[in-house]
Design a protein around this ligand. Structure first.
Ligand code: MRU
Length: 364
């Protein structure tokens, strides 16, 4: 991701201090604050409070949490303490499967090494490998998704493709390129005229704050809309395709993503608009078969709904009567029947078990 022409990632290892650093996404787009994560506790805080967010990024952050725990344990790390720290990191947020996947992968790599003095190095290396793989995955998702956008551009007399997206499945949620945004960036770079409708994504406004900021940095034309505007735009031929990311998708095709995604999928179906989900293999849950019944949906602090933060961040505004209760379901599940296809790092497939299996045979 470019920011004022410098390459920017939402997480990196500061090589001089051997410390993990992240961008505090709560402060974007108004301020760019970098935060060091010194310990597993810092990592848990950053994930819970959404300093970092987005499925691939919380996976990578979790993996670096294992590294931070080991670094702090010095020359005498103990396996039980490490397992407890890993478990706490995994429980920081329940919906995105990338978190457990990346933490467990790092833990497994560490525990396979009999020489404990090498554990910290192995954790550091594994977290770095996961980050590098996610960059590669996003790049390939962009490559495959580009073909869909190019195909749509050919069908349009104006050549302009209008894409609607929800939440932030961009570089900030991944490491580079993003998932849902990767095809958009690839199309823009290929000279295809694209315009993105960005759902604001209440209550934390990841669309308005983060996706709009990212697209602006890349020079991609976009318009922020209220969360409820999508159906109207679809009815009036103003949306050609929907592309969203996901926090956990079953191999049978059900898609958990930011609350409100399901309603967009319903509206897209009613208007015969393709609804694509872009995801790396780290976001598939290979064990669950019924997303609606089985994917855990995070419920967050109702105050995120009741209050809206302003800039500067110290100000918050109450939106409703002081005494009214609020509920804050962070994700919903779009059933496979509403999903036109998955855009993965290996190509495009239908959202069903047979086609996902064809794409990732080694997972079965
Ligand atoms: O609550 P968030 O901001 O972590 O939710 C993020 C999303 O819903 C994204 O769409 C999803 O993680 C895909 S990121 C490539």
């Amino acid at each position: 991701m470019k920011n004022n022409n410098t390459q920017l990632r939402p997480i990196w290892l500061d090589t001089s201090s051997d410390e993990v650093r992240v961008i505090d996404q709560r402060a974007l787009p108004h301020q760019q604050i970098h935060m060091p994560l010194h310990s597993a506790a810092d990592v848990i805080y950053a994930i819970k409070e959404m300093v970092v967010r987005g499925a691939p990024l919380i996976g990578v952050t979790g993996a670096y949490g294992v590294f931070a725990a080991l670094k702090n344990a010095g020359t005498r790390p103990d396996e039980q303490g490490l397992r407890i720290a890993a478990d706490r990191i995994i429980r920081a947020r329940p919906t995105a499967v990338n978190l457990a996947w990346a933490v467990n992968r790092t833990l497994k790599a560490v525990l396979a090494e009999p020489d404990k003095s090498r554990w910290t190095d192995i954790a550091r290396r594994t977290a770095g490998e996961i980050a590098a793989e996610e960059v590669e995955n996003s790049k390939n998702i962009g490559r495959f998704g580009l073909s869909l956008i190019a195909g749509m551009a050919e069908k349009k007399s104006t050549g302009l493709v209008n894409i609607l997206t929800h939440c932030n499945a961009g570089a900030l949620a991944c490491i580079e390129y993003g998932t849902a945004t990767a095809p958009v960036y690839a199309a823009h770079a290929a000279g295809i005229a694209v315009h993105v409708w960005v759902d604001e994504t209440r209550p934390l406004n990841q669309g308005a704050r983060l996706t709009a900021w990212e697209l602006g940095q890349q020079g991609v034309p976009h318009t922020v809309i209220t969360d409820n505007a999508g159906g109207h735009l679809m009815q009036h031929g103003m949306v050609d395709m929907v592309i969203v990311g996901t926090d956990r998708s079953t191999y049978t095709g059900d898609v958990a993503n930011k609350i409100g995604t399901y309603l967009k999928a319903l509206a897209a179906k009613d208007n015969h608009i393709p609804f694509y989900v872009a995801l790396p293999s780290s976001t598939f849950d290979w064990t669950l078969t019924d997303g609606v019944a089985q994917i855990p949906i995070e419920e967050r602090d109702p105050d995120e709904v009741r209050y809206i933060p302003g800039a500067p961040r110290s100000r918050e505004y109450l939106l409703m009567p002081e005494t009214s209760p609020a509920a804050n379901y962070a994700f919903d599940v779009t059933p496979a029947r509403l999903v036109t296809g998955f855009i993965t790092e290996r190509g495009i497939c239908r959202a069903d078990a047979a086609d996902v299996r064809r794409m990732f045979p080694e997972k079965f």
